[in-house]
Design a protein around this ligand. Structure first.
Ligand code: SF4
Ligand code: SF4
Length: 373
């Protein structure tokens, strides 16, 4: 049987022509867009639109990468739709409009004359309320951003599919699945039930450190990557980060289900060699050690580890977004400051993810510090 393929292409900037050429090359290395989409089919594009962040903050998929994908599709089909379902802003349509506007996705979709859609209607699939659009379309093209993630270490092809869970349902999923292993199962459930036909990664400017929100640090990687197997793409990214593929909990779960290869040796890398993108100093999230733990240990030890969440009052603008996004109702305003009730907190890190001012920080306990060495 053929090995799954991942194509890697260099792309130094988000210049329109350069990005388009890189995306085209990445897809051509896999056999061209015609291999994945047939004439006249309906295609849903699913970028990562976590919040209302400008493209240069590298929190969301860059609109020029989305434009490049649209331009590859146009000769094949006019039925192209683009959408995501960020829960940061409460899931209401006018707030989603704000996300579409600020991320630059609306402008690109208008210029390319394709329809922006809203994930308001859900279909229950694999036990989760997922965007009907993902099932109404013949094809789904996943366009993740390459970022670190405090819970899952990496957010890329697999984790981006969590965005198919409609709006505020994500909060309930977090509340019901506080352990990383359980949340990873949900993410892989979603990937498995609506597996994208193609994954095209924006890794031109990626994020390291305490991603995926404003607490992360921008990292110039200069990469556009593509694969029809999301797990393979995420395994290649793990290698780029200097992480064992199975230390990424979503990879571990997907491998357990047989959804792709278990190691980089079982993947065909096409295009530029991986070593061209590897840097020895890729910074992982402070919490990454927790993701490595087996489920029993993570469950028992999470409370002992006492990752302490702190809101830095000098950065906090009291916007209330963290409070709105906290699935456990653990954040509240006390005497003009935002505080975390540690008796309620389930350490989901949603507050850190959504804070636009990098005001939520994680202090490692001594125990976690020792484990991280
Ligand atoms: S911690 Fe961040 S999200 Fe929460 S109120 Fe302060 S600035 Fe807003
Ligand atoms: S305080 Fe933050 S980490 Fe704790 S449950 Fe709320 S959103 Fe999650």
């Amino acid at each position: 049987m053929d090995k799954p393929k991942v194509s890697l292409v260099e792309c130094a900037s988000y210049d329109t022509a350069q990005t388009e050429a890189a995306v085209r090359k990445a897809v051509d290395l896999l056999g061209g867009m015609g291999r994945f989409v047939k004439f006249g089919e309906k295609v849903l594009l699913k970028p990562n639109l976590l919040t209302d962040a400008a493209p240069e903050k590298a929190i969301t998929t860059h609109p020029e990468v989305v434009r490049a994908v649209i331009r590859l599709l146009k000769p094949i089909t006019p039925h192209i739709y683009c959408g995501d379902s960020p829960c940061v802003w409460g899931g209401e349509k006018n707030n989603i409009d704000r996300v579409y506007e600020v991320t630059g996705i609306k402008k690109v979709c208008q210029e390319e004359d394709i329809e922006l859609v809203y994930f308001t209607k859900a279909r229950m699939a694999a036990g989760h309320p997922l965007a009907e659009w993902a099932f109404a379309c013949d094809r789904v093209i996943n366009i993740p951003k390459f970022k670190t993630h405090g819970l899952t270490v990496l957010t890329a092809a697999l984790k981006n599919l969590f965005g198919l869970a409609v709006g505020m349902n994500k909060m309930k999923i977090h509340r019901d699945n506080p352990r990383i292993a359980d949340l990873s199962k949900v993410i892989v459930d979603i990937y498995e039930v609506r597996r994208p036909d193609l994954n095209i990664l924006d890794g031109v400017v990626a994020m390291e450190g305490d991603g995926p929100g404003s607490a992360g640090t921008l990292k110039n990687v200069g990469l556009i990557a593509a694969s029809c197997n999301g797990l393979s793409l995420d395994i290649v990214l793990a290698a780029l980060m200097g992480v064992d593929a199975l230390d990424i909990p979503t990879n571990r779960e997907a491998v357990r289900r047989g959804l792709g290869p278990a190691s980089i040796g079982a993947i065909d890398i096409l295009g530029v060699e991986l070593k061209n993108f590897i840097t020895s100093d890729f910074k992982l999230p402070k919490t990454s050690v927790i993701a490595k733990m087996p489920k029993w240990a993570a469950g028992v030890l999470t409370s002992l580890l006492t990752m302490k969440l702190c809101v830095d009052a000098s950065k906090c603008k009291l916007c209330g977004l963290c409070q709105k996004s906290c699935p456990a109702g653990a954040m509240r305003r006390v005497k003009g400051r935002m505080v975390v009730d540690r008796t309620k907190c389930i350490l989901c890190l949603c507050c850190q993810e959504v804070c636009p001012h990098a005001a939520v920080d994680i202090k490692k306990s001594l125990f976690l510090g020792l484990l991280s060495r």
